[in-house]
Design a protein around this ligand. Structure first.
Ligand code: URA
Length: 433
């Protein structure tokens, strides 16, 4: 078999066989196939797509290119969630404790933020002492003891995807449904959970900008998961506006604590309850209403918050910060963004707002950059809210005072106003099983 012939075949739009896909993934992982050949194949796939069978073969080959995490020592049903990435998306910090409080086992590997989107690992590391690099034994023990544990992805989880994703990132081949579906699902299958709930974001802050494209991606991923023997469900959720009101690492942890204390019932709460309830449906094989009731009760009776504290303690973090969030270090400087308009906010470009938080220091412009955990944005107004000239729309936080002017410029550029606003805003758009 020759990689040249495989590229040629895909260039003419023909379907690749399982053997050809495995030959490519194996050769690329072992560096026998060069980056320029893999790039050519990715571009041919971008133009010509893949059949469902090819997508499944690619996913399985990438999942098996490294470690397949064995969670058989976890007692109970293991369930994972994955978000395709967004702005203000702190759902894992809320959903995992709710599910653990209701009997699910969440053994989760998460990523760091890159670009305009945040990452769960960075958020957790804003808690003093929190360790996201546990050994396999400590990871399993924490899941058995507390019901949940969140660690960073191990180096050898789907290495083929890691290499391929880095290449796609620089060759304009990220935005391909077969490639995104296989990339995400290879990591989910390798991470080992029996159930998977996918949070597929749609809108200005998401990879997929339309509900149609998000639905197609979700359907492919659900079908891959189910055919690999994992119970898989996807939710399409709105990312046309940042989720909740906080953007930036410790600001988001504080917001998650607020939600778990039952003090915040907004779009963030709605998405978290929907994700947790769907995960519980997989765990307990029960209907949605019953599982939703369990999830709501776990917030009301404080058991979900106790689970967050148990996880923080088990992973070396200072759980006092969960009881007293005022202990999170604050940014030295703050700056209010004031409305120059009367009317309604009719649109907030989530990607631009995410990038504005990166300018303040909340994210990385490149992988090597360090993060300012206290930097970020608190939104006081969101899409659909009425504002008057002089109202504070958002407060920016940073330790770099000179970052405010460009962050403010970009933030203001993200906003559109109108004299009325009647559009219905749905946080959870649909569920795909
Ligand atoms: N996230 C991934 O893990 N892979 C993609 O291709 C896109 C988003």
């Amino acid at each position: 078999m020759r990689i040249y012939d495989i590229i040629q075949k895909k260039k003419y739009g023909e379907a690749l066989t399982k053997e050809e896909i495995e030959f490519f993934v194996d050769g690329f992982t072992k560096e026998k196939i060069h980056d320029y050949q893999a790039s050519a194949l990715m571009m041919a796939i971008w133009f010509n797509g893949m059949t469902d069978e090819e997508i499944t073969d690619l996913t399985l080959a990438m999942a098996h290119s490294g470690d397949m995490v064995d969670l058989s020592d976890v007692e109970g049903f293991t369930v994972d969630k994955h978000s395709t990435g967004g702005v203000g998306d702190k759902t894992t910090l809320i959903v995992a404790p709710i599910v653990a409080a209701c009997g699910g086992k969440v053994a989760k590997m998460s990523g760091r933020g890159l670009g305009h989107t945040g990452g769960t690992i960075d958020k957790l590391e804003s808690i003093s002492g929190f360790d996201t690099a546990l050994s396999k034994e400590d990871f399993i023990k924490a899941v058995n003891d507390c019901g949940l544990c969140v660690v960073g992805q191990t180096g050898n989880l789907a290495p083929a995807d890691k290499k391929l994703y880095a290449l796609r990132d620089v060759t304009a081949t990220v935005d391909s449904i077969p490639l995104i579906a296989s990339s995400i699902m290879s990591k989910k299958l390798a991470a080992g959970s029996q159930g998977i709930v996918l949070d597929v974001k749609t809108g200005s802050g998401a990879f997929m900008k339309t509900v149609e494209a998000s639905t197609e991606l979700a359907q492919k991923m659900v079908s891959i998961g189910n055919s690999a023997g994992r119970k898989t469900v996807a939710l399409i959720t709105d990312m046309d506006v940042p989720l909740g009101t906080a953007i930036g690492n410790s600001l988001e942890v504080k917001e998650a604590i607020n939600v778990l204390c039952g003090k915040q019932k907004d779009d963030l709460f709605e998405v978290c309850i929907a994700l947790a309830s769907n995960m519980l449906c997989l765990v307990h094989s029960k209907g949605y209403e019953e599982c939703e009731k369990m999830a709501l009760e776990a917030v009301e009776n404080g058991s979900a918050l106790q689970k967050l504290k148990a996880m923080v303690t088990a992973q070396g973090g200072n759980a006092e910060w969960i009881d007293c969030p005022e202990q999170f270090p604050k940014a030295e400087f703050s700056y209010d963004i004031v409305s120059e308009n009367d009317g309604y906010i009719s649109f907030m470009d989530a990607q631009k707002i995410g990038t504005s938080s990166v300018i303040l220091g909340a994210g990385r412009e490149s992988k090597e950059d360090s993060i300012d955990f206290s930097a970020g944005i608190i939104l006081h107004k969101k899409t659909g809210d009425r504002v008057q000239t002089g109202d504070v729309i958002a407060t920016l936080y940073s330790n770099k005072k000179d970052s405010f002017s460009s962050a403010e410029k970009l933030f203001k550029n993200a906003l559109e106003f109108s004299t009325d606003y009647t559009k219905e805003h749905k946080a959870v758009i649909k569920v795909i099983k």
